[in-house]
Design a protein around this ligand. Structure first.
Ligand code: NAD
Length: 563
């Protein structure tokens, strides 16, 4: 049973004094230990800092105020990104304190959409090394290279090959901004310790010729590897990481579809790994649907679902829904899949197209007459849920939504394409065309909509609700795999955290500012399941909730003494 939600964004309890070996400038230059102007007199005396930092000791909340003044003073979002990354490189405690206390304002800067701009210009704005680069040309040295990283206790590695960065395509080694940003979200969201995270870019070359010719491009100037050569590099990387950090979660991020599905299948039962674009998207969308069903009082198995778009997100969501139906009602795999219709750029995905379909689309091919457009499919299927993952703005037309509403009292409408300009319809349109009946969530946020007397609050189907909690859960108990059942339990936990008041406003997800508490409860649920499934690598602590809470990194200055 899910606990009622309470918010402890920044907890503070008594903390023991930490013995420190570093002194003087070496200490000030270590971003994980630095306090900047925040070193108290006692530490200045004991750690050789006198004269090396400004005379007055500034409290962390004043430092946050000063940092925010600087963030807001910048001329562009990219400048704000750069300011924050600079802070990240100088003082991680303060960086995370700033982010946690200004979550809604700053997550769009450190992650989507602004991180996309940063990636396109990565070589031009590059300032300081962060994370590790594994280039195809270094493959014989991967085992030795993992030894170059100074930290023994890595818990989460986020890796991208830069082949499909957000909606921006192949950005090669410039994709490094994504693992860096995603790991910041892990720290904010689920309290992973920054010391235990490692961003990685697998440099397989790039087919982006403009980048290869850019004088400031930082990756290898070679066409992207494919086939066996590609697979051998990934294998060498996975083995090297697993050998050095056997309990680390390896999260695949922004790999192109031709690689993403294969790699996930190849490694998911061998190592602790996870693909957020596929599995995280699946779980967070399922959670939104489960919340909507709390309003309609229906079951998941009763739903007929159409996807516009049949890529990574569609497959991840469809698999999660199928797992949810099977868990809920005992329905078989094939019967559950028949409740789902997918449409790609060539029309409805049907069995007569099987030969030309990519592998990931095949399980959802329907034995149906081909339909070229969405309205025809809606007429034929009479869906209760319509999900947009096509990147085609405006493709949920008034005619299509009204047609759906004709036979479905409370249409569940999820136009998930990002950014806002790509959404298949807006929140206002969805409510207007269904006379306020739509149960709505989108990929990018929309403001609340006044509808008659009511204020309707659109949900944001943000992966950040799921992956930090799942990651914290699996690494805390040293699970050997991330299973579908863990993702299902994460989705159910999230849906259970939406209060009745929120549901009354049509809101399908909890407030994102409660992310620490949300992730904690998801982590506890995931851990519980790992122990029940026999997949945990440690003995079960008596109090799992306390065990998880004790692991959370809190961005505050701990007292130091000379070691
Ligand atoms: P993808 O490139 O793997 O898939 C896109 C799919 O859309 C492909 O199957 C393509 O055939 C189809 N498509 C293109 N044009 C079409 C058309 N005119 N009609 C029908 N289908 C068409 O991309 P993806 O990773 O699956 O992401 C798709 C969208 O979902 C993106 O905009 C992404 O931002 C969004 N997304 C949202 C979330 C979230 O809300 N949490 C998570 C992941 C992805």
């Amino acid at each position: 049973m899910t606990k009622p939600i309470e918010c402890h964004p920044i907890q503070s309890t008594d903390v023991p004094v930490v013995p420190i070996r570093k002194r003087g400038l070496e200490l000030v230059r270590d971003p994980l230990l630095n306090k900047g102007s925040g070193f108290p007199d006692s530490e200045r005396a004991a750690l050789g800092l006198r004269g090396l930092v400004p005379p007055r000791t500034v409290g962390i909340d004043d430092q946050v105020g000063q940092a925010m003044e600087n963030v807001r003073r910048q001329q562009s979002d990219l400048d704000r990104y750069l300011y924050l990354e600079n802070l990240h490189d100088c003082n991680e405690t303060l960086y995370y304190r700033v982010l946690l206390s200004h979550l809604n304002e700053l997550t769009p800067i450190i992650y989507t959409p602004v991180v996309g701009q940063a990636c396109t210009q990565f070589g031009h704005i590059y300032q300081r090394a962060r994370g590790m680069y594994f280039s195809a040309t270094d493959a014989p040295h991967f085992e030795e290279m993992v030894g170059n990283w100074p930290e023994d206790a890595i818990e989460v590695v986020v890796v991208s090959d830069g082949s499909r960065i957000l909606g921006l395509g192949d950005l090669g080694a410039n994709g490094m901004g994504i693992p860096i940003g995603k790991l910041s979200l892990y720290v904010i969201g689920a309290g992973l310790h920054p010391r235990h995270t490692l961003p990685v870019l697998l440099d397989m070359g790039t087919n982006n010729e403009a980048l290869r010719e850019d004088p400031f491009y930082l990756g290898q100037r070679m066409p992207r590897l494919t086939g066996d050569a590609y697979d051998e590099i990934v294998e060498a990387f996975m083995r090297a990481v697993h050998a050095r950090w056997p309990h680390a979660l390896i999260q695949f991020e922004d790999f192109s579809n031709d690689q993403a599905f294969r790699l996930l299948e190849r490694y998911r039962h061998r190592m602790l790994c996870f693909n957020d674009d596929i599995q995280g998207t699946g779980a967070v969308t399922l959670a939104g649907i489960l919340s909507a069903l709390r309003i309609t009082g229906q079951t998941l198995t009763e739903q007929r679902i159409i996807f516009l778009g049949a890529g990574a997100a569609a497959r991840g969501i469809a698999d999660s829904i199928v797992a949810g139906m099977m868990g809920e009602s005992g329905i078989g795999l094939e019967a559950a899949r028949r409740q789902i219709w997918t449409i790609d750029s060539h029309g409805l995905v049907t069995l007569d197209r099987l030969d030309s379909l990519s592998e990931h689309k095949r399980p959802f091919a329907q034995d149906s007459v081909p339909h070229a457009d969405l309205i025809a499919v809606i007429r034929a299927v009479r869906p209760t849920v319509l999900i947009g993952v096509s990147g085609q703005p405006g493709s949920f037309t008034e005619e299509a939504i009204r047609e759906m509403h004709r036979h479905c009292e409370r249409p569940i409408l999820f136009p998930l394409s990002n950014p806002t300009s790509k959404a298949e319809c807006t929140a206002e349109q969805a409510y207007e065309w269904t006379d306020g009946a739509a149960l709505f969530a989108s990929g990018s946020p929309f403001p609340p909509v006044a509808h008659g007397e009511r204020m309707l609050v659109p949900g944001q189907c943000n992966n950040m609700y799921i992956f930090p909690g799942v990651g914290q859960g699996v690494v805390a108990c040293q699970a050997s795999q991330v299973t579908d059942a863990m993702l299902y339990v994460a989705a159910r936990t999230l849906a259970g955290l939406v209060g009745e008041d929120s549901l009354a406003m049509g809101r399908l997800y909890p407030d994102l500012t409660l992310i620490r508490e949300i992730s904690t409860q998801i982590a506890v649920a995931v851990c519980e399941l790992a122990f029940a499934e026999g997949l945990a690598g440690i003995e079960r602590p008596d109090d799992l909730d306390a065990f998880i809470r004790a692991r959370l990194f809190e961005p505050r200055y701990v007292p130091y003494e000379a070691a």
